[in-house]
Write a protein that binds this ligand. Sequence first.
Ligand SMILES: O=C(O)C1=C[C@@H](OP(=O)(O)O)[C@@H](O)[C@H](O)C1
Ligand SMILES: C=C(OP(=O)(O)O)C(=O)O
Length: 423
Amino acid sequence: MDHLILSKPGKNTNCTIQLTGSKSESNRALILNALSGGRVKVKNLSSADDTVTLAGIVEEVKGERLKVKDGDQAILELPVINIGPAGTAMRFLTAYFAVTGTEVILTGTERMKQRPIGILVDALRSLGAEIDYVEKDGFPPLQFKSSFEQKKDKISIRGNISSQFITALLLVAPSLPKGLELTIEGELTSRPYVEMTLRMLQEAGIEHHWKDDVIKIASQEFKDSEITVEPDWSAASYWYSIAALSEKGSVILPYLKKDSLQGDSRIVSIMESFGISTEFTAVGLQLSRNGNSPKGTFFDLKDCPDLAQTVIVCSAALGHNATFTGLETLKIKETDRIAALQNELAKIGVSLNEDHENYHLDCSGLHFPDKIAISTYEDHRMAMAFAPLALKINKLEIEEPQVVGKSYPSFWEDLKKAGFEIE
Ligand SMILES: O=C(O)C1=C[C@@H](OP(=O)(O)O)[C@@H](O)[C@H](O)C1
Ligand SMILES: C=C(OP(=O)(O)O)C(=O)O
C-alpha cells in the first residue's frame, strides 16, 4: 500500500488498547536468552518487525545453522545476515557475533549503512574481536571472524552518540572470560536505556557496579529466570497524543507499570503539561484530559529521544510554542528526524528552528488544511506521530503506512478500534 487516508468523524475518543511488548526490552531479552543458553526465558515478546527479525536470527544462530563447515571443501562464502532497518538489533548482534566468534556478514537497509557503528566496533576490537568493514569504514556491513580471545577488560567508550553501543557491550560482558570495566566518556545520551539493560541483567542474575562513569560487570553465570516484557511505552505515547487532540474521552492501556524499565514512561509527566492525567488502575493505565491548557515551554528529551516526534507534533497541533533540547541523536535514527519533522510540520504552517542545542517550535502560522499528505521517510515514528492529526484535519493522507510495522504492527487496526476511519 503506498498510502492510506485517515479521518476521525467523532472527536471524542474512548477505547482500550492492548499494546504489544516493548521493542527495547524484547531485543535485550532475546540476546540474554541466547547468551544464557536458554536459561533466561522470555514472556510477552514484542510483535515488532525488528524483534521478529532478531528472534529469527538468534534462533538460526543457536541452531548453528549459520556455521560454515570447512571439512574437505574450501569455504565458499560466508552467510549474510540482513537485519533490515533494526538499529538496536544491529548493534546488539554486532557485540554478540564478535564475542561468540560467529563467522558471518551482518548488513541492513541502505539507511542502516549510513547509521554509525564505528565506536562499537573500535570498542570490540580493543577487547580482542576481529571485525572488518565490508564497504565503508565506520558503517555496516560488518564481517566477523570465527575466533575471539579477550585481550583486555578495561575499555572506554563515548556516550553521546548512541547508548545502544554501551548496552551491546554490557549485554555480552558477563559472558566475557575476564568480564568488563567500561568507562563512559563525556555525556551519556539515552541514559534510561542503559539503566534498563542493567536492570534486565539483574533480573537474569547478573551483578554490576556503576559508580560515576564506570560500569563493572564480572564474568559470571546467568541464573534460571523468566523475563516478562512490559508493553511498549513509546507506542503508548501516540495514545497520549490522541487523547490530547481529542475533545473528550479516555484511553485505557492495560499492563503498563508505574515503575517501568522504559524511559519513555516519562510521557506521563510530559503529557501532564499538555493537559493529560494518568491513573494507574486495576484495568491498566487510564489517560484522560483534565481540561488544563498546555503549559510547559521547555522540554529536555535527551533521556527519551523516541518521544520527540510524538511530543513535537502534538505541541504543534495544539498551537503550543515550546523549546526542545536533547535532540542531537535524532539525525542518525531511521531518518534524519529533524529534517523530516521540519518538512512535514511546514504543511500545517509550523516551523522547528535550530538554535545551538535548542529547537524552537513556532506555531504562529498554524492552520489545518482540509487535506494534507504526510511523507514518512521509512520511519515508523513519523507515521505514528502525525496520525493523531486526523483529529484536526478531515483527510490525512499517510504515505507508506506499513512503516509502522517496525515497532507497532497493529497501529492502524488499533486506530480503527478507537473510531478512526481508514480508506
Ligand atoms: O537501547 C534501546 O533499546 C534504544 C535506545 C535508543 O537509541 P540511542 O541510544 O541511539 O538514542 C532509542 O532511540 C532506540 O529506539 C532504542
Ligand atoms: C531509533 C529507533 O530504533 P532503532 O535505533 O532500533 O532502529 C526507534 O525505534 O525509534
